[in-house]
Ligand binder design. Structure first.
Ligand code: 5RP
Length: 233
């Protein structure tokens, strides 16, 4: 027996979707790539959310059997709501993944994590053999850090230590991300804090250097991953 839940039925994206038309186009492009039997990793963000609608339509119309591994609670709930079967990384390996990004540079390096799901997004990208990154043209930058800080997920008790270690890199600003709709800082799905860090210059070894600081879970820098960028025209 199914619940009769108006909360789940009326689940919507939590904010205004910026560049909605372009995101709709790229959502269609990714929906065309699904094949019967695929286990797919779905990242997070409004572009992924819109892609799920396009994918759910194909599943329904063509009776496809696919399974999705979601990177966040909101993407998992959207899958459930749309009737897309969900599985997890504990039991399944994605054959391919798709995700959004906040910035993409000419080498296909990325900044991600505006939505706070960077750790599971990275776990998915590492687990699959290929990831499609869905963006509109506003996400393309000449240099990482042009429009967005680098999110860094940290164990809460390590806040001051991590801050002091990060300041040894060429940091220009560090902010503890504060919640909206809750007092105090944002708590990620993993129970951690998020720092938003601006650097004078993001160097190629920064992903590794940030990750090597004790207390850091991961950062939103994605440098040198096997990604293909799909840009909405
Ligand atoms: C969430 C992310 C998103 O993929 C990124 O913020 C892009 O979001 P949107 O598709 O809403 O523009 O990294 O942690």
């Amino acid at each position: 027996m199914k619940w009769n839940s108006s909360l789940l039925d009326h689940l919507q994206w939590s904010d205004t979707i910026i560049n909605r038309e372009a995101k709709e186009k790229v959502a269609q492009q990714i929906a065309e790539k699904i094949n019967n039997g695929d286990v797919i990793g779905a990242g997070s963000g409004s572009t992924v959310y819109m892609a799920l609608y396009a994918i759910a339509k194909r599943i329904k119309e063509e009776g496809l059997a696919i399974q999705m591994i979601p990177a966040s609670l909101e993407i998992g709930m959207t899958c459930e709501n749309l009737g897309i079967p969900v599985t997890s990384l504990l039991t399944d390996k994605p054959i391919w993944c798709f995700d959004g990004a906040d910035e993409v540079d000419p080498d296909n390096s990325l900044i991600k994590g505006r939505g706070g799901a960077l750790f599971k997004e990275k776990l998915l990208i590492c687990s699959g053999s290929k990831t499609y990154i869905l963006v509109d043209e506003s996400k393309l930058v000449k240099k990482l850090g042009t429009n967005f800080p680098v999110p860094v997920e940290i164990f809460p008790g390590s806040l001051t230590y991590v801050e002091s270690a990060l300041r040894k890199l060429n940091v220009t600003d560090i902010a503890l991300r504060m919640a909206k709709g809750k007092d105090g800082p944002i708590i990620t799905e993993n129970g951690n804090f998020l720092l938003d860090v601006r650097f004078e210059d993001i160097r190629p070894d920064y992903e590794q250097r940030i990750k090597s600081i004790t207390g850091v879970i991961d950062s939103g820098l994605f440098i040198g991953y096997n990604v293909e960028i799909l840009v909405a025209k």
